[in-house]
Design a protein around this ligand. Structure first.
Ligand SMILES: *[C@@H]1O[C@H](CO)[C@@H](O)[C@H](O)[C@H]1NC(C)=O
Ligand SMILES: *[C@@H]1O[C@H](CO)[C@@H](O)[C@H](O)[C@H]1NC(C)=O
Ligand SMILES: *[C@@H]1O[C@H](CO)[C@@H](O)[C@H](O)[C@H]1NC(C)=O
Ligand SMILES: *[C@@H]1O[C@H](CO)[C@@H](O)[C@H](O)[C@H]1NC(C)=O
Ligand SMILES: *[C@@H]1O[C@H](CO)[C@@H](O)[C@H](O)[C@H]1NC(C)=O
Ligand SMILES: *[C@@H]1O[C@H](CO)[C@@H](O)[C@H](O)[C@H]1NC(C)=O
Ligand SMILES: *[C@@H]1O[C@H](CO)[C@@H](O)[C@H](O)[C@H]1NC(C)=O
Length: 921
């Protein structure tokens, strides 16, 4: 067992010393002092001193995700989460003198006085001579209205008040540049300016957009809008070099409304797109001056449907049928209400956060995190065959921002879940729906849950890969599905996908108690991981609860007794001999682990793990936080992981289940120290080494975990199960849905084939370093703001570091061709080239027709109304048992046939495991 030296530094005489006493103090401790001092000024809103750490400003989609780093000279540099510049500039003229109030340019800046971050707003305060200035970035979260939630628009608003009571002449200006459209500065963009009665906006897009393609994590198919409400004082222009609107505004305080259509490259001549407002002589702005920035894509997601059709899905707001002019008018008209709704949501969340703990660090973390979680997703609809929007087909897609391009990455969703459960659990259902739908189709063939829906956001192609995270991901899915069902009160998903969930539960029954060759989402793979085992056990218990909701008593009793039995065995194996802590893996008495998966036990109130375990763990973690394994930034996830890697999401899950508020707050403070670490040049990363500063998961939606303590307070509501299933089950309550093995087997065969086809485009190559493609700015009008530097060692290390297994990405080569790439160290099983034996291929093709025929019989609609032959709703299997199934003998025969097929497929899997991966390029 490791010997931990005790290293306690007391902050003598300081009232909060208990918080710091258990963490190593460093130069960053000034930061605590400043928040604690300011926190009392505005109850539960966090006042920050932003010197040199990154603050989220506008995060509304994976492609509208901007952060700011400021300094006391109010030279804020706005950047995409990758660190690529996203110049967003604000200038003001006060009595003829020009200052900058947002951005970074070589003119005099306003004097910074503070910045405040709430869940939806980031507000910078500064002074320009005799005027106090407030600049607010609003990233709405609209849980009540899917139309508004799906609008990828963010607001910037400006207010000013005279500090000497006298009137002053004020003109205000803001612009963006072409870098919002692409990070390739030599790309040609088209632009235009539209002046309507309600709004005036600039439109910017690539001359040759590339659908569903990313370059340096930025979509190459966006249309960017920069809009302002039309008013007599508004002037708008586009220009570059000497005709840059920035220069014209600085000199005269207004622009000429001369812009029209044009085109050119982004970086040279560096056109900027500005709007100026002449406020005249004022003592204060009567109402905020508003700009709206939209980064719009339509279609937004390419989804593979269960019957293997490619479907282009649109943002939900497209269902309104509005022109973009109408959309922009409504966005701008809505500003006042949107801002009020945002204030109400902020208040609700911050009040709730302060009822968890008065520690302002917690309010700060929640404020950062919600935007990251909700803003990594896109809410979509499909167009029906009849040309109308199918509003019952709402699906949400989350990019694994900061870590990879994976679509709805299951462990990231699991970490982010509290942010959705707390704000509106319905959206958790929108995120789970496509994962369940795909895996309940013939396209999927594994007996455990997939890790994601594809590796190249925004392409949700599905992912049928064999992988070693069966326990991890099946547990995650069962836990998430039950949490969603209870908190949203919606039994639709469990009803529709019952047999799929059961299949995963059965997989857990066989694999979770003594996990052998299982990997966690943190890429740990030693046998007998206690924290992984308990997740699977909780997953089995979740299945018991799911069965219970559907009145399937036999299943419920079955899974319940297994879960209870396993939990008891687990407890005796997982605790150290001296009963002081959880070991990392059974029998390894000197090891320990953060038991973050116990969060699911609390969330689902499974009572599987006794309270005494929570108490002893709390005591143990308290000891750890004052030992040498702790740093100011917290604890590693366990004693066995290399380079002492910490994970803010798992640390918060652990904090949420501690039984002592003081210990919880120590962990919260550590995460906040990490989030506000001025040495950390990247936006709130979820994974970080406590030893060498390597980070991964920049701006990750996994930070939704910061709401973990809040999600524990959300009540259940009565679960409504769709009427159709009640009819079929006859409401007798004693109908047992015996698991049919046919569906999964057929799925396995077809899925295996799909895998063979889908892996062909996989080519390994070393990920090219992202480098800024902009020319070095030579003159003021072309001034490209500095970007925060994560491209040096931090990014390199993030790619090569301990977490690189998730660092896959798609790059575009010079010919514009999509190439799937994996960073070195990615698990090879993601992209093996499988060469099936000719015998296997023959067997598959011979049996395919039979399998499909069988499947059609299986999936015939019970009412016989519509024949959705490949709908893949396997829960319908048993319903069909009363109507359409072939005679028992036929079924047996088919089962035998299928069993043979399954062996063939298993054979393929074995061959795949044995075959060396093929590398190309
Ligand atoms: C900054 O302000 C000073 C003092 O008012 C003025 O002399 C100088 O010209 C200003 N600089 C710029 C670049 O506007
Ligand atoms: C900023 O503060 C300094 C020192 O008080 C002052 O000289 C300067 O004029 C201020 N600048 C602005 C833009 O208000
Ligand atoms: C949650 O979201 C759904 C779908 O957008 C909406 O219908 C419902 O009213 C929302 N509930 C709350 C409490 O916001
Ligand atoms: C201007 O800002 C300063 C610093 O935040 C503040 O002390 C002062 O009260 C403000 N004045 C007005 C009129 O808002
Ligand atoms: C540019 O905007 C004008 C005014 O709204 C419009 O008439 C014109 O069609 C637009 N041009 C393009 C290429 O969209
Ligand atoms: C895992 O734990 C079980 C039960 O304690 C034990 O029998 C087995 O040997 C362990 N496996 C390894 C690889 O340590
Ligand atoms: C939620 O439902 C479960 C199962 O019915 C129950 O055990 C639990 O106590 C409920 N929790 C709340 C907060 O109502």
């Amino acid at each position: 067992m490791a010997v931990y030296s005790i290293d306690i530094v007391f902050l003598a005489g300081y009232m909060f010393s208990f918080i710091y006493a258990t963490m190593h103090l460093s130069a960053h401790s000034w930061f605590y002092l400043s928040i604690l001092r300011f926190a009392s000024l505005i109850a539960s809103q966090v006042q920050l001193n932003p010197n040199d750490f990154l603050i989220p400003i506008s995060i509304r989609s994976p492609y509208l995700n901007a952060w700011s780093r400021g300094n006391s000279a109010m030279n804020t540099t706005e950047s995409f989460w990758t660190g690529q510049g996203r110049a967003w500039i604000g200038h003001i003229r006060v009595d003829g003198q020009t200052f900058q109030w947002v951005g970074d340019a070589p003119i005099n800046s306003t004097n910074f006085t503070g910045v405040q971050v709430t869940p939806t707003k980031t507000t910078f305060f500064s002074q320009a001579g005799p005027m106090n200035i407030t600049a607010t970035f609003l990233s709405p979260i609209e849980p009540q209205d899917p139309v508004k939630q799906s609008l990828p628009f963010s607001y910037l608003s400006f207010e000013a008040v005279s500090t000497d009571g006298a009137e002053h002449s004020v003109n205000v200006y803001s612009d963006i540049y072409g870098g919002w459209v692409s990070t390739n500065g030599s790309s040609i963009i088209n632009w235009n300016t539209t002046q309507n009665a309600g709004s005036t906006f600039h439109t910017i897009s690539l001359q040759t957009p590339r659908p569903y393609t990313e370059l340096d994590d930025q979509a190459e198919d966006v249309t960017v809008y920069y809009a302002a409400p039309s008013s007599p004082g508004l002037t708008s222009d586009i220009g570059s070099n000497g005709a840059s609107p920035r220069i014209i505004f600085d000199n005269q305080g207004f622009l000429t409304n001369s812009a029209g259509e044009g085109s050119g490259t982004i970086a040279n001549p560096f056109p900027v797109f500005g709007h100026a407002v002449d406020l005249g002589n004022i003592t204060h702005t009567a109402s905020p001056i508003v700009w709206a920035l939209g980064v719009v894509r339509n279609p937004s997601i390419q989804y593979t449907t269960p019957d293997n059709q490619i479907q282009n899905r649109s943002p939900y707001f497209a269902s309104q049928g509005d022109t973009i002019d109408e959309v922009i008018d409504s966005v701008l008209n809505d500003f006042t209400s949107a801002s009020q709704r945002a204030d109400a949501l902020d208040k609700k969340i911050l009040d709730a956060a302060s009822s968890i703990t008065s520690n302002p660090a917690y309010a700060g973390l929640v404020s950062f995190a919600i935007r990251q979680a909700w803003g990594a997703s896109e809410l979509t609809l499909s167009l029906g065959n009849d040309g109308t929007w199918n509003k019952s087909d709402v699906k949400m897609f989350m990019k694994d921002v900061g870590s990879s391009r994976r679509v709805n990455a299951v462990e990231t969703l699991y970490a982010a879940l509290p942010a959705f459960l707390y704000v509106n659990a319905t959206y958790a259902g929108y995120l789970l729906a496509p994962l369940l739908e795909y895996q309940d189709s013939l396209l999927y063939g594994q007996p455990y849950s997939a890790r994601d829906l594809g590796q190249a956001y925004p392409i949700a192609s599905g992912n049928n890969a064999v992988h070693p995270q069966g326990v991890e991901q099946s547990g995650n899915m069962l836990i998430m599905v039950l949490a969603y069902t209870r908190i949203a009160g919606d039994g639709t998903l469990i009803d529709r996908h019952y047999n799929l969930l059961k299949e995963w539960a059965d997989y857990l029954v066989s694999n979770t108690l003594i996990p052998t060759d299982q990997e966690t989402a943190d890429l740990e793979r030693q046998a007998n991981l206690t924290n992984l085992a308990i997740k699977g056990i909780i997953g089995i218990k979740a299945m018991a609860e799911i069965s219970q909701v559907l009145n399937l008593a036999n299943d419920s009793v079955h899974y319940d007794s297994i879960a209870t039995n396993y939990a008891n065995q687990w407890q005796s194996m997982a605790l150290s001999k001296d009963q002081t802590h959880l070991v990392a893996d059974y029998g390894d008495d000197g090891s320990w682990t953060l038991a973050y998966n116990l969060y699911a036990d609390r969330l689902l109130q499974t009572q599987l793990v006794s309270d005494s375990v929570y108490q002893l763990l709390t005591e143990y973690y308290k000891g750890l936080t004052s030992s040498s394994v702790a740093t100011l930034f917290g604890l590693p996830i366990d004693s066995t992981i290399t380079t002492a890697s910490a994970n803010s999401a798992w640390t918060m899950f652990t904090a949420a289940v501690t039984t002592n508020p003081a210990v919880r707050d120590i962990l919260i403070n550590a995460i906040w120290a990490h989030a506000s670490n001025s040495n950390n040049s990247s936006p709130f990363p979820v994974q970080y080494s406590l030893e060498n500063g390597v980070v991964n998961g920049l701006s990750s939606p996994a930070q939704g975990a910061m709401l973990a303590p809040l999600a524990l307070t959300v009540p259940n509501i009565t679960i409504t199960v769709p009427a159709a299933s009640n009819n079929i089950d006859g409401g007798g309550g004693n109908v047992t849905r015996n698991k049919s093995i046919i569906g999964p087997i057929v799925g396995g065969v077809i899925g295996g084939l799909a895998l063979i086809i889908s892996i062909i485009p996989c080519i390994f190559f070393w990920r090219r370093r992202s480098t800024s493609r902009f020319l070095t700015p030579g003159s003021y009008e072309n001034y490209e703001p500095k970007v925060f530097d994560i491209t040096s060692t931090a990014l390199l290390d993030a790619e090569h570091g301990p977490y690189n297994g998730h660092g896959s990405s798609t790059q575009v080569d010079d010919a514009g061709q999509r190439i799937m790439s994996f960073s070195p160290g990615a698990p090879a099983d993601q992209c093996l080239i499988v060469v099936p034996s000719s015998k296997a291929m023959e067997a598959i093709s011979r049996n395919n027709a039979q399998a499909a025929a069988l499947n059609r019989a299986q999936y015939t609609d019970p009412a016989g109304v519509s024949s959705t032959s490949f709908s893949g709703n396997s829960d319908r299997e048993e319903r069909d048992a009363t109507t359409d199934l072939p005679a028992a003998a036929d079924v047996r025969e088919l089962r035998d046939e299928i069993e043979n097929l399954r062996r063939v497929v298993l054979g393929i899997r074995v061959e795949r495991v044995d075959a060396p991966p093929t590398y190309v390029g």
